[in-house]
Design a protein around this ligand. Structure first.
Ligand code: C2O
Ligand code: CU
Length: 511
């Protein structure tokens, strides 16, 4: 697999221009220095950032370039990511087989689309589990060139099940298979997608919804709640909900409650709003909001990769309710009638910094073991030999970006700042983080737990999390082309190693 995959024409042009300015020498050096090796371990890339904590014993050297990686690390009683798995003795409660194909297929709307399917459809089947159940998914690649994986977005799975090609597994080539096993220990709305050439395969439809329902409660008096999955995706620029181009109609009796699980699989923030009744924002990124008050005349911004669960109580008179997803189409809840004309987006957006009521956290973010900075910028340079205006992390271009080192049990604080001129939905794998502040203004609402956080232009967020899930975890922008343009870093636990490489014989290309 040749990693130097971007066009040569721009290189030649840039070189010619540079020569006339007499700066050819340094440019050639920069160009050559940016070339990525045929295969490299993400554990060796960039520079070590210990966030003020102890360097630990993993022996990671700053920018080792491959040479220093040998002895020290191997000799450690380190854990290989392939050993970070769910209890092998647990039987599967939910067992699914997924066959991935590249094909021309019909969306549920009837429109034909050239892309990827899982079990013949896109979006792939909705996977449903109950909290505490072991989910087992056997992925078979029938015909996707370049290989596939499945990543469980927002589920804090054991690292070996994270589905990142080149980090936690090899891409699954045609005719091969891989089995994912994890306990669904958090009830909520999640989704799955390929994490091999993800910017191309996710756009092409290799994705689906995953819903984890709470363990059955026997509280008297709580009526049935109608559960609706609403996965938004653009196929060739056509906006769909669950693959449908028009409205998704769901019957909900007058006075009854419905939970609409919005999933934004797109690259930008998706505004959602409701007409016909007030709503509550019941959950964000798979975590319940504490004390969500009724909302009216305000939209919710769902970050790329993020989820928002909207709860509505149907009007007693049987009139319908429309949940708008990014535009006029959406989900119409009704019984006698579904005649709910779209209304325009409210001017105001719900601010999660103040929404809901406070609740204590199970850890103290005031006494962190590590403090990290994830500063996003942009500057001209070379990325894998290609000149361009590339994203930077802490001023550096990929792959010379920080490797955030933690030890299990650490309380971690991270400041994410965006001075890059474009918004970035930031996604940390394997963990949920709580938002402490935005622009220095402390959060005063419900604990706001995220796995996908929209960081707007000029914004900065302070987040905190507990390092309680050992592994090597991506921390990247979920505007997936941005990730492939260098907006990707990793979080690495002391003593954990990975045998996988980006590139190499499996052609791993996680972004
Ligand atoms: Cu939804 Cu790294 O991915
Ligand atoms: Cu981005």
């Amino acid at each position: 697999m040749h990693r130097n995959r971007r066009g040569g024409g721009r290189v030649r042009l840039a070189v010619a221009c540079a020569a006339t300015m007499g700066v050819l020498g340094p440019l050639i050096w920069l160009w050559q220095d940016s070339l990525l090796p045929e295969a490299y371990s993400v554990a060796d890339m960039g520079y070590a950032d210990y966030g003020g904590g102890p360097p630990g014993s993993s022996g990671h050297e700053a920018h080792s370039g491959g040479g220093a990686s040998g002895h020290g690390r191997q000799a450690e009683a380190g854990r290989d990511v392939t050993r970070l798995i769910a209890d092998a003795d647990l039987p599967a409660d939910v067992a699914v087989t997924m066959v991935a194909r590249k094909q021309r297929f019909q969306l549920p709307s009837g429109r034909a689309f050239e892309g990827y399917t899982l079990n013949g459809q896109s979006p792939g089947p909705v996977i449903k589990a109950t909290k505490g159940q072991l989910v087992q998914v056997r992925l078979i690649n029938e015909s996707v060139p370049g290989g596939v994986t499945l990543h469980w977005h927002g589920v804090d799975v054991p690292n070996a099940a994270d589905g990142v090609a080149g980090v936690t597994q090899d891409a699954v080539g045609i005719g091969k298979e891989f089995t994912y096993r994890f306990v669904a220990d958090q009830a909520g709305t999640f989704w799955y997608h390929s994490h091999q050439m993800s910017h191309e395969q996710v756009r092409g439809g290799l994705l689906g919804a995953l819903v984890v329902e709470p363990a059955p409660r026997r509280t008297a008096g709580t009526g049935e709640v109608t559960d609706v999955v609403a996965l938004a995706h653009l196929y060739n620029g056509v906006r769909t909900v669950n693959g449908l181009e028009g409205d998704v109609r769901v019957e909900v009796p007058p006075g009854a409650r419905a939970r609409v699980r919005l999933i934004n699989t797109e690259y930008g923030v998706m505004p959602a709003w409701v007409s016909g009744a007030p709503y509550r924002l019941a959950a964000v990124d798979g975590t319940e909001i504490n004390g969500p008050a009724p909302v009216q005349d305000k939209a919710v911004g769902v970050a790329a990769g993020g989820r928002a669960d909207i709860e509505v109580t149907m009007p007693e008179d049987g009139s319908p309710v429309r949940v708008h997803l990014g535009g006029p189409t959406g989900v119409v809840l009704g019984s006698k009638s579904y005649d709910a004309p779209p209304v325009s987006r409210p001017a105001a957006t719900l601010d999660l910094l103040t929404y809901g009521t406070r609740a204590p956290l199970a850890f103290d973010p005031g006494k962190p073991d590590r403090r990290f900075q994830y500063d996003m910028g942009r500057r001209p340079g070379f990325l894998d030999g290609v000149p361009g205006l590339w994203w930077t992390i802490n001023g550096r271009l990929y792959p010379d970006v920080p490797m955030f080192h933690v030890a299990e049990g650490d309380v971690v604080r991270m400041r994410i700042a965006n001075n890059s001129g474009e918004a970035h939905p930031m996604h940390l794998h394997g963990h949920h983080a709580v938002v402490l502040s935005r622009g220095g203004v402390p959060a005063t609402g419900s604990p706001w737990w995220v796995d996908s956080l929209e960081v707007g232009v000029g914004e900065s967020y302070e987040i905190a999390f507990v390092a309680d899930n050992p592994g090597v975890w991506m921390d990247h922008c979920h505007n997936l082309p941005h990730a492939s343009e260098g907006l990707t870093a990793h979080l690495m636990y002391e003593g954990v190693t990975t045998p996988f490489t980006v590139g190499g014989p499996a052609g791993n290309e996680p972004e």
